[in-house]
Structures are given as C-alpha cells and as structure tokens.
Write a protein that binds this ligand. Structure first.
Ligand code: TLP
Length: 344
C-alpha cells in the first residue's frame, strides 16, 4: 500500500526512473507474446530478449531475471568464492542498496575504493587488490555506470580501459552494474557495446530509463551464463512463462534508448533551476538523468513538495534525488521547476 498523500494535482513522480507505466505498445506486445516454460529454456520471447541483449552488448549469451539486484548478485556468485573481497567504488549499489546480499548469498565482502564523482582511479583499484595470506583475497572488480549515488555520473572510457588492464594484470574478472548503461552510452555518444567490451559480465536493467515494467538481463560468455542459471534458480528467479514480461523488455530495449537524451536535457534544466533557487547542487555530476541536491532535513522538504504533487526521494538525511524519465514531458518539467523554485 502506498502512503503517499492523496492529491488532486497532477503527480510529477521524480523518485526514480523505475516508476514509469508500461507504454501501450508494451502492453500490446505483452498481450500477444508467444510464451513457453522458461525454466526449460522454452520461452521463445525470453530467448529472443536474451539473445538480442547479448548481441547488442557484444556477448555470447544473456539471462533474463526479475531485477537488477538479482542480475548483480548472480554475477557476484558466479565470479567469486566465499571469503573473498569485491573491489568496488564507494557508494556502489551492489553493497549500498542490495541489503548485504553479497555477504548473505556469496559470502563476500566489499573493499571500497575512493571514487570522486563516482569514478575510481585505476591505481586506486590496483592498491585495493589483496594477495597476502593474512588478508581475504580479491575475487572480483565491479564497476557501476552510470553511478547512481554519485549522481548518475558516467565512467570515462580511458578509466574503464585502465581498470581492465589492472584486472588482467591481477587475474581478476570485471563486472559492470550497468543498470543505466544506456544512459552512459547516450551521454558519451557511443554504442553501449563500446563500453561493455571491457567487462566479463554486464547487468543491464530494462525497467529504469528504458521503461519496461520488470526485468534485467545479465550478459556474458556461454559458460558464465550457464553457471548463472543455477544461481538464478537458487534465488527463485525461474519465472516460467516470463515471455509476457520479456515482450515488454524487447520494446524497452529497442525503443527506450531514443528517449534518454531528452531525459538528460530535462535533468540539467531542473538542476539549473534548483541552483537558481539557492539549492546546493554539484552541477558537474549532472551528466545523465539524475540530480542530487544537498538539503538539510531532506525528508521535510520532500514531504512539502509531495503535498504539492512533486515526488522526489530523500535518500540521505541531507540529500534529495530527482530522476528524470520519459513520462516527464516538458509540461510536467515546467511544473516541477515552478515548484522547486517556490512557485505555487
Ligand atoms: N536502484 C533503485 C534503488 O535501489 C535505489 C533506484 O531507484 O535507483 N544497480 C543500480 C545502479 C541501481 O540504481 C539499481 C536500482 C539496481 C542496480 C537494482 O535494480 P532493481 O531495483 O531492479 O533491483
């Protein structure tokens, strides 16, 4: 049940890009989807989505799962053994927002590296590698692009290449939490596979900016995806006639990326308005569809805006997050700008 206040005003929901409603084309595709039992590998629509995502990102195989948390945690389970460390940027979703699952499921712990603006430095990653018999050994390097907690920031390609080099020299696999990989690709004007090529596995969310109601795809080698099947099943992620969901996922994958540059432009406009209204926003982090403002007593401010129809997230005691998505058009953006600027 939602505890949102009942309001007559239009609701401008900027809590996340996960809040979008499926488009009419998605609903139509879902109604018409040809399905089978995916636990037996017999759902043609799921198979099509997995294959298409893998090809798009330059990998051999893919595996459809209900959520980005599951694709990440299954990847961690495949890449690591118990007692190892996962090297990741400070604030990474795999630890920060996945409820300790890396420890609960895979028996691994995070080793954070500093990441100003969400960007870890390859030498910092090298320094985080543990080899001594007195320490838990490093098992995996995991990056996040775009980096949610840093403000939707994009990893420069030369940084990723540098970290790949470290991974190769240290014999470590490299995973990408690419929940918003398509946002990074749009911001850098490169095909997503240009970014994905550096990684051994990539988790791509269909239900963030791309707009699907449910789903993420993990891509990797045929061998890695073979192992991932087992962990997905352990987590209860075998979804049977999941083609109903994959059908919407295919539309998201094909049509979703086209909207992203507009989301990024609107995020920047909102950020500029917040700054103009006296709020503290680090504009250098506003590179894609996420805007963070530092506001003391964030929850009280968010509650005040919610009463006027503008929904944002108080993600820390003093940080408010706004996320743009394709169901926020220019008219809704104007209203949001008026509200944050103090208008009625
Ligand atoms: N992030 C959600 C919340 O969990 C914070 C959001 O609203 O942004 N990786 C990244 C980088 C993410 O931002 C998220 C979702 C996930 C993974 C997990 O995806 P889901 O929600 O599908 O498990």
């Amino acid at each position: 049940m939602s505890d949102l206040p009942k309001i007559d005003l239009p609701r401008i929901d900027l809590r996340s890009d996960t809040v979008t409603q499926p488009t009419p084309r998605m609903r139509q595709a879902m109604a018409q989807a040809v399905v089978g039992d995916d636990v037996y590998g017999e759902d043609p629509t799921v198979n099509e989505l997995q294959q298409e995502t893998a090809e798009l990102l330059g990998f051999e195989a893919g595996l459809f799962m209900p959520s980005g948390s599951m694709t990440n945690q299954v990847a961690l389970a495949v890449h690591t053994t118990r007692g190892q460390e996962v090297i990741c940027a400070e604030g990474s979703h795999i630890y920060e927002w996945e409820l300790g699952m890396m420890a609960a499921f895979s028996g691994v712990v995070p080793r954070f590296v500093p990441a100003p603006g969400g960007v870890p430095d390859p030498e910092g990653v090298r320094r985080a590698v543990r080899r001594s018999i007195h320490q838990s050994p490093s098992g995996l390097i995991s990056l996040e692009n775009t980096h949610n907690k840093a403000g939707g920031t994009v990893l420069p390609l030369d940084v990723i290449a540098g970290i790949r080099e470290v991974a190769d020299q240290e014999g470590l696999p490299l995973h990408l939490d690419g929940a918003r990989l398509m946002n990074a690709a749009a911001a850098q004007h490169v095909p997503a596979r240009r970014i994905a090529q550096y990684f051994d596995s990539v988790s791509l969310c269909l239900s963030k900016g791309l707009g699907a109601p449910v789903g993420s795809v993990l891509v990797g080698s045929r061998r890695l995806i073979g192992q991932a099947h087992r962990y997905r099943k352990m987590l209860g992620g075998g979804m049977r006639q999941a083609g109903i969901l994959a059908a919407a996922g295919l539309i998201a994958l094909r049509e979703g990326p086209a909207h992203l540059p507009e989301d990024h432009r609107r995020a920047r406009e909102l950020a500029d308005t917040l700054v103009g209204a006296g709020y503290d926003v680090d504009l250098s982090t506003v590179q894609t569809n996420i805007v963070y403002a530092t506001i003391p007593d964030a929850q009280a401010k968010v509650d005040g805006w919610a009463a006027q129809g503008l929904l944002a997230s108080a993600l820390d005691i003093d940080r408010v997050r706004f996320v743009l998505h394709f169901q926020i058009d220019d008219e809704l953006l104007e209203r949001a700008k008026e509200l944050v600027a103090g208008g009625e």
